[in-house]
Design a protein around this ligand. Structure first.
Ligand code: WT7
Length: 643
């Protein structure tokens, strides 16, 4: 396949293998000798006790990997490195938005983790307890994740861009007993007052006993004497040692919430053993970082990309990561290039939205900097359009760095489809994530569940389990089965459209369900609609994604207001404000249109499909079930008034 008339690109690296021998051998092996393949690759971790069985599939689709194995993730990420030759190696080079830096060695990370682990124990946290982390991109974030893992507590990270309502919902669903947050964080030169948002959230929850607050931005905060404690006071600065708890391979490591097709986000529960084996191997296979490379995954730790590829995989492999707090365009649009030059970074992993945004500012910004240390570039989060791919490849990578386009999801734990530098790169096609990783068995199906022909669009599924897959949805096994294994019985349903071309390359084409992808963030349409209605200012709402050249999609909403108000602008800005504080800025619609009624079926169901089609000037399809056809004119005139 050839979109936008693109030709494939041969990576100019030594790792290019025209016949992909190594890859093919590993890929075949992962199915033909499944047990041996994973037994060998699980040695990437250090185990207290080896597994009795690689895969238990007796309770499908609740697959359990490395059954009987015992390990600790904190031990694997730090202890074993300081016991060997990496004690003084930088684990993180942390860079603040103001340009301040902090280098934390593996030994320094070890000390911080142990000190916090001890503090958690003193606060009564036990194995299996849930902890919510609502933290910015600071060193204390990976420290908190690993301190929890060290004592067997299950953490759930809530992205610091979420609002109070979203945070409260996650605390309630996970029944967390402890919250770790910070006074504030820096973003575009301003302070985001996290503790204040957390206080609001805590009024809607009842399970949290204590809040640990990191002093970071220096803004004023209210401390509740019975509940809140400063991080620096509770942790101290001594040297303590906390014995890592020997966890079962299938004890949960963390819960991470993600949006689906209903209003309520799902808590994807990830395992300790299978997840660890998966993230470490996938990073190695796809990017093949060298011991001395500097790896920059420019995501936020609060998303799965940050969990897997800022924290667990790079630490398991003993790498040095850059961790950057703040906006990638602050103070100037060359911030990313400046950091790459200054810290002589070798691998950059970011999103197509970031690439398109930086591309829009023009070549003069990257051209100001020496980017010659770069050798591999990666992308994630959404399909990358060939022109952005080209710019990334030519202007940033100087036509010598392969582009590793990684397709995966919160639920998959790690990469599923991506070029694999360690196993031999194929000629790259701009816009294609290329081939599945070992152990990944994709198929593309039509509505009847039959495999489509090459070059035909269909739903992508995975036909076999893989070690990094989610174990279940928190508190909701039924939803796990229904969401992922019911549309095509027994197969994992990703929710995306894809094509396999005649050379076997996979092209991911975006969501096939009611899920939006805004700037690489996954949001549920119904979540947005629920939020619009819960502002109390709208009685009904319909939201959908509109294609956007930078962000991929932006949110457009149509609402029926509770009261007819003279000043529409004021109403819209009030709605925006309320959504921002409830769910967070990424949920705020780009456009909000006010109408008297929305298209509905005779049974009263809002026809979002019709709203979207009319608003985007597309053919609305079947309108015979419509209750009142004047609703369609309403949409049309609202859009015309807007233009
Ligand atoms: C959805 C998952 C995986 C970490 C970031 C997002 C889309 C992800 C790609 C890619 C095309 C992609 C899919 C997927 N997606 N990577 N390389 N090419 N689409 O994680 O929030 O769980 O979202 O992001 O639609 O289903 P997530």
């Amino acid at each position: 396949m050839d979109i936008e008339g693109e030709k494939s690109v041969l990576p100019t690296e030594e790792v290019y293998h025209p016949d992909m021998n190594l890859y093919k051998r590993a890929y075949d092996d992962s199915f033909k000798n499944m047990e041996a393949f994973w037994s060998f690759n699980a040695e990437i971790l250090t185990w207290y006790k080896k597994w009795d069985r690689v895969l238990d599939d007796t309770k499908k689709p609740f697959y359990r990997w490395f059954v009987g194995g015992k390990l600790n993730m904190s031990y694997n990420c730090v202890d074993r490195h300081i016991e060997q030759h990496r004690r003084n190696k930088a684990a993180y080079i942390w860079v603040g938005e103001k340009g301040d830096e902090k280098i934390v060695t593996y030994d320094g990370l070890f000390r911080r983790i142990n000190n916090l682990a001890k503090a958690l124990i003193n606060l009564g946290i036990k194995k299996g307890d849930r902890i919510v982390l609502y933290m910015p991109m600071i060193i204390e974030a990976p420290v908190a994740m690993l301190a929890a893992a060290r004592i067997g507590a299950v953490f759930s990270f809530v992205f610091a861009g979420f609002g109070a309502g979203a945070l409260a919902e996650r605390i309630n669903d996970s029944k967390a007993v402890l919250l770790i947050t910070a006074d504030g964080s820096f973003r575009n030169g301003k302070v985001v007052e996290l503790k204040k948002i957390a206080d609001e959230a805590l009024e809607m929850t009842s399970t949290i006993r204590n809040v640990i607050v990191v002093k970071h931005a220096g803004n004023n905060v209210d401390m509740n004497e019975d509940r809140d404690i400063w991080y620096h006071e509770v942790v101290g600065d001594s040297y303590t040692y906390v014995e890592p708890v020997q966890m079962d391979a299938n004890d949960p490591l963390f819960i991470l919430y993600t949006s689906g097709t209903t209003g309520k986000p799902k808590g994807a529960v990830h395992s300790t053993g299978g997840y660890g084996v998966w993230v470490a191997n996938t990073l190695k296979w796809a990017f093949n970082p060298d011991e001395d490379d500097r790896w920059w995954c420019a995501a936020d730790i609060g998303w799965i990309t940050g969990h897997s590829y800022i924290v667990f995989a790079p630490l398991i492999l003993g790498l040095t990561s850059i961790m950057y707090e703040g906006s990638i365009t602050y103070p100037e649009p060359d911030r990313v290039w400046e950091i790459i030059e200054k810290y002589r970074i070798n691998i950059l992993y970011t999103s197509p939205t970031a690439i398109r945004m930086l591309m829009k500012f023009g070549d003069k910004y990257p051209k100001r900097h020496d980017l010659s240390t770069l050798k591999v570039l990666g992308t994630v989060g959404e399909p990358i359009n060939p022109s952005a791919w080209r710019w990334y490849y030519e202007t940033i990578g100087n036509s010598k760095c392969p582009i590793i386009d990684t397709y995966w999801q919160t639920e998959t734990g790690g990469f599923m489809i991506a070029p694999q530098r360690a196993l031999g790169l194929p000629p790259l096609k701009p816009g294609s994530a290329t081939f599945p990783l070992p152990g990944v068995d994709p198929a593309i199906l039509n509505d009847r569940g039959e495999e489509v022909k090459d070059n035909e669009k269909g739903y992508i599924v995975f036909r076999r389990p893989w070690p990094g897959m989610l174990m279940t949805v928190n508190n909701d096994d039924e939803r796990y089965v229904k969401t992922y294994f019911s549309k095509f019985y027994g197969y994992y349903f990703c929710g995306d459209y894809a094509i396999k071309d005649s050379d076997g390359y996979y092209w991911l084409l975006g969501r096939a369900d009611e899920v939006l992808n805004v700037a690489g963030h996954r949001l549920g349409t119904i979540e947005v609609e629920d939020a619009l209605v819960s502002t109390g200012l709208a009685v009904e709402a319909a939201a959908f994604g509109k294609p956007d050249p930078i962000k991929g999609e932006v949110i457009v909403a149509f609402i029926v207001p509770k009261q007819i108000q003279a000043d529409r602008r004021e109403l819209i800005s009030e709605i925006r404000k309320r959504i921002r504080s409830d769910l967070g800025p990424i949920y705020v619609p780009d456009e909000i249109h006010i109408v008297k009624l929305l298209p509905k079926t005779r049974s009263g169901k809002i026809m979002r499909r019709v709203v979207k089609a009319v608003a985007l000037d597309q053919i609305p399809g079947d309108l015979t079930t419509l209750e009142d056809s004047s609703s369609v004119d309403e949409i049309r005139s609202a859009i015309e008034a807007f233009r």
